[in-house]
Design a protein around this ligand. Sequence first.
Ligand SMILES: [Zn+2]
Length: 500
Amino acid sequence: MTTTSADPVTFEDALERYDPVMGMEVHVELNTASKMFCGCSTVFGADPNTQVCPVCLGLPGALPVVNARAIESAIKIGLALNCSIAPWCRFARKNYFYPDMPKNFQTSQYDEPIAYSGWTEIEVDGVSYRIEIERAHMEEDTGKSLHVGGATGRIHGASHSLVDYNRAGIPLIEIVTKPIEGTGAKSPEVARAYVAHLRELVLGLGVSDVRMEQGSMRCDVNLSLRPIGVTTLGTRSETKNVNSLRSVERAVRHEIGRHAAVLDGGNRIVQETRHWHEDTGVTTAGREKSDAEDYRYFPEPDLVPVAPSREWVEALRAQLPEPPSLHRARLQADWAFSDLEMRDVAGAGAMNLVAETVAAGAAPQAAKKWWLSELARYANEHDIAIDDVPMSPEQVAQVQGLLDAGRINDKLARQVFDGVLAGEGTPEEVVARRGLEVVSDDSALGDAVDRAIEANPDVAAKIAAGKHAAAGALIGAVMKEMRGRADAGRVRELILARLG
Ligand SMILES: [Zn+2]
């Protein structure tokens, strides 16, 4: 039976009849220096298969040893999500074959996760949602396959495949929510806000760089619909690797419409994984998946159980940074922003960017202004997340520094942004290359002022008669001649000095 329908249902239409239920599974790659069960480096971007050893290649006889720092990071994440921390838990083998997994099993956790039964709270448009956390467990990452010769980079049509095991064995934490219900039309935004919140929270813990574009944070979105008023859950689809905040929101929105169309057509939803296509904004079928997929889990015999002492757990709890909600309240106080301003910044996904820009020396209002105007517009026009705008918070602060120093004006600043975003270099380099610096040198300005007075004798006469407001016309003329680069305040002084 097919899962597609000829007539897609609009999001609004779907919500009139169906109640969406979501589940989020987020993988976070930890930033430990070495892998989960061996001493190999975890540095990103090394030549293929240069960070491997008998353990992470699964060679016979190699014995794994658990990375204590990874356990510590897992406990920190669990505590930050208000989870219980297991006093004793084990790793398990998840058996399946895949070429990028050299052991033919993944060392994971099954019925004994290190952290379980937690919760966290997010906010969307001023409304709080409590998200229940089922578990956060430890596992190892797989390697990476590269399919060569096909048009799409997928295995279909490829002439051959290459595999890089550098990533095999890097520690991961998988964070799984309980079903998220009652979010209705806000579901796409709740999903996005949850992932954004998790990102902020993990970043605050310092245990991962959570860069979605590099894959150190990866999100699977489970979604099902049930007719309004029905309490049993519908069949779900699992959209894999949705790797930007914006895509999380779009994928939920798309799946709600797709499910509704299938159900309206009298068909059944197939329980399956789906691939998300960033370019077209749709999902396509992956592999069918039953609930009781038989991975033949069994406790890992080569690793001792993990039994963190209560003292250790409490010591880690005491070191936790302030939760994001408190952090945000403190930022609001520090920045003297109104609730509305904070909501605008949060809504644009620019909280950390503004914070980093302020940390780099810009005034809070200035930092907010640039991220919510020039940079938000750029992100919008290029259809990218605001985090992916090719300009750093430091560079934004540098532009503001040039403004504060009077070396450029507001209008020129916008040209500096254009230049930096176009890849022309740092703000200083753009100013130098495009010749954007404000001219406040009296000899250059004086000549232009003289020419403006000469060309506008009537205006000059008014100013000489005491009508200083008329100076604006002459300032405008000087500005025009100097292509916006004149120091307007100094021009005014020179005009008044000559005519006063
Ligand atoms: Zn290794």
